[in-house]
Design a protein around this ligand. Structure first.
Ligand code: FMN
Length: 465
């Protein structure tokens, strides 16, 4: 049986996500992101197509690197205005049964205690369908918003994140025993105090002495996503992540990242298959190639290059507005997205210039979409999976919700005919749907398992590493 392709709809609680300018298309409905109906419709379409989940990006801060200010981002709605991604999840969960939710949350500015409660709450409300994309942020504008002059240095952000994970694992996995909650009406006993213990952590960055506020949820720890691609980022992913959303500029680079991630996971005592890797992609599909190309040409007329440059400059931490069209982009060590800047400078065979970047920004993003008839799109997706060993895709929105509806109606049936895509959802939590029955919670080979209490640990005191 061929490998099953996993697909998430990739979105964000804002107008302009990746393909900038698409909101100006008359059929695009992204300006309705402020309504519950918009999100519920999207979730229902995704579930109709048996998609694995909706993956919501998020960013704290504004894109103010391009031309030294936020004007281009604001004018073109480039991830600003931006609402909170977690708050739309219960609305979507209420109208779906199986769809997963991978939500990006930045850990740098929030204490583990309150964050762990929010995730547990969502795991309860979604009946075990919540995932967390662990990010540490890359914008100084976010740091300023939180009262700091600048963000922590790149590798240090991952050190902080490692310790943060240890703390939330303790809250999720160790504070309440499985049999702590009785809900015994006759005895008037809701939970057994001797089965609930405080988490004590005294580390370099975090200090805590608290009982987790929530009773055990179906997955306890949400499914863990991660999306950093630098060497330090991959070390972090190999330890913690169950799903990695990888930077995927071409098949060769992607294949190397996937191989490296799986090898690192194995060195951490995990199975290579314990990490699912998702590449980003955008699709414009029509019933025929001609129809797809016409649609693509029509979409292209709405692309915002200025918006795309505002976004890309902030991701790189480099003001592309300062470059002449044919001047090669230079590597400069900065605190933003290291791996992306390395890829287009020191690791690129051909030097990238502003002209080359703009030439690729056909739909208002730096990634060219897959355009074609359903068979051709399926061919492209299949070849990516076969040649790079990725597990699936985060399908970014183009004109929305039309793009997702087209994908579900036209591409999903072809993938199903080829045996590459499920015909029904597996039962259980998001983790079970992704990794198989009996895996509602993190496996024993995951580092989080080390914090789980043993029978002899009572009363339990969990020391920092
Ligand atoms: C494909 C991809 C998607 C990302 N999505 C987000 C996001 O939604 N929010 C965010 O704050 N950072 C996001 N990031 C940034 C990473 O979490 C990380 O901060 C950044 O890539 C720098 O780490 P690195 O040098 O290890 O790649 C993303 C990165 C990649 C490669």
């Amino acid at each position: 049986m061929p490998k099953q392709i996993r697909i998430n709809a990739f979105d964000m609680n804002c107008v302009g996500h990746i393909q900038h300018g698409m909101w100006t298309h008359p059929r695009d409905r992204s300006v309705e992101y402020r309504t519950l109906a918009y999100w519920q419709h999207l979730a229902q379409v995704a579930e109709r197509g048996l998609l694995d989940g909706i993956f919501l990006a998020d960013i704290l801060g504004v894109y103010d690197v391009y031309k030294g200010g936020p004007e281009s981002a604001i004018a073109n709605a480039v991830q600003i205005p931006l609402n909170d991604p977690l708050l739309v999840v219960p609305a979507m969960a209420a109208v779906t049964k199986h769809l997963g939710f991978g939500v990006t949350c930045n850990l740098t500015y929030e204490p583990p205690y309150t964050f762990a409660r929010r995730m547990s709450t969502l795991d309860h409300l979604t009946d075990g369908r919540i995932g967390w994309n662990i990010v540490t942020g890359y914008l100084d504008s976010a740091a300023r918003g939180m009262g700091f002059a600048s963000q922590p240095e790149h590798d240090q952000r991952y050190d902080v994140a490692d310790e943060y994970m240890d703390v939330v694992y303790k809250l999720w996995e160790a504070s309440w025993d499985d049999d702590a909650v009785l809900r015994d009406r006759q005895a008037g006993l809701y939970a057994r105090p001797e089965k609930v213990r405080p988490v004590r952590h005294d580390g370099k960055y975090y200090h805590l002495d608290a009982i987790h506020l929530c009773e055990p949820s179906p997955q306890r720890t949400p499914v863990l996503f991660q999306a950093g691609a630098s060497t330090r980022g991959r070390a972090f992913a190999a330890r913690h992540a169950e799903c990695v959303f990888t930077y995927s500029p071409n098949k060769e680079t992607t294949r190397a990242i996937v191989t490296d991630l799986r090898e690192r996971a194995v060195r951490n005592g995990r199975a290579a298959s314990d990490i699912l890797v998702f590449a980003g992609c955008a699709v414009v599909v029509g019933r025929t190639r001609k129809e797809a190309e016409e649609k693509y040409a029509e979409y292209r007329r709405h692309a915002s290059i200025e918006g795309a440059l505002a976004h890309f400059s902030a991701s790189l931490g480099v003001d592309l507005g300062q470059y002449a069209l044919d001047e090669p982009i230079r590597y400069e060590k900065n605190n933003a997205n290291n791996s992306m800047l390395e890829a287009i400078t020191i690791r690129s065979k051909e030097p990238w210039t502003l002209r080359r970047i703009i030439d690729r920004m056909v739909l208002g993003s730096r990634n060219a979409p897959i355009v074609g008839a359903p068979d051709e799109v399926a061919d492209a997706l299949q070849s990516w999976v076969e040649e790079t060993d990725i597990d699936g895709f985060n399908l970014s929105r183009v004109v929305t919700p039309e793009g997702l509806e087209d994908f579900v109606d036209l591409v999903v049936p072809v993938l199903q005919e080829r045996g590459l895509f499920k015909r029904e959802y597996a039962p259980g939590t998001l983790r079970e749907k992704l990794f198989g029955a009996g895996r509602a919670r993190l496996p024993d080979t995951h580092c989080a398992a080390a914090v789980r209490p043993r029978a002899s640990d009572r009363p339990l005191v969990l020391a920092a590493k």
